[in-house]
Write a protein that binds this ligand. Sequence first.
Ligand SMILES: [Zn+2]
Length: 327
Amino acid sequence: MKFPTTRMRRLRKSFQVRKILQETKLNPEDLIYPLYIKEELKDRQKEHIDTMPGQYRYSLEGAVGEAKRLEEAGLSSVILFGMPEHKDETGSSAYDNEGIVQNTIRRLKDETELVVVTDVCMCQYTSHGHCGIIKDDIILNDESLNYLSKIALSHAEAGADIVAPSDMMDGRVDAIRKTLDENGFFNTLIMSYAAKYASSFYAPFRDAVCSAPSFGDRKTHQMSPYNINEAIREVDLDIKEGADIIMVKPALPYLDIIKEVKREFKIPTAAYQVSGEYSMLMAGIEAGYLTDESIYESLISIKRAGADLIITYFAPKILKEDVEYKC
Ligand SMILES: [Zn+2]
């Protein structure tokens, strides 16, 4: 059937018709909000992150307060990033039972119903800023697995619902799953940063958590933006090692990866709308070139590509300010 019998514009004739025919929906429970908790900050102190307008580093108390306010606004889950006072070669404060993340997990599990996800890596905790154990300027893969497992276990012991290894070492999902199971944490989920690209869009985050490496870069473990087949292999391996949820990071420049991964594996899929995506949109809005609708549209594109969950700094704006793209 073709024109004039078929008229596509009939489908768009009014707001109400467009609304009932909307194919993609963004729900509050799709959003995971990243919280940066800085050990040095006391009471309700918070520090503005200049490279990410409107985002803050929180004290433990401040993070708990913000999480509660967001829960009231409809948020279902948070992902925690710790910024410790003490850094050393092995990132020992990352698996300290009294560490900043472990203490925050306990408070959130006591005082909220939020699903608590924790980022598992070493780079924020090591003096050299790398994601593993270093010898002769090389990141040692197998030696790092033991440390990553210890970090994940300490998070599970503190009550984390989901541990999310972001290091991109080979075999880390398998190592973490075994350690969790050996210690009785069969029900702690693993969300693996499975297809994590060595992206320039992380720049504002590095400023936010001060985790830029002291030498070299992350291109020996994070993926090349040129590759898609390699992403499929990475995801396949993480699923075989026991990942419950897989993640693609960043989101907007990698929508094709999200779509391909979802189509291929049909597994719960998360996408990380990273700091550079956030700051880019915020800069456009502040300059008057874009509007809040652009934020919503970018989130819809990530869902439309196939993501079930979106880690996004825009969660407060969407929930508290009721930002939406009006169809
Ligand atoms: Zn790292």
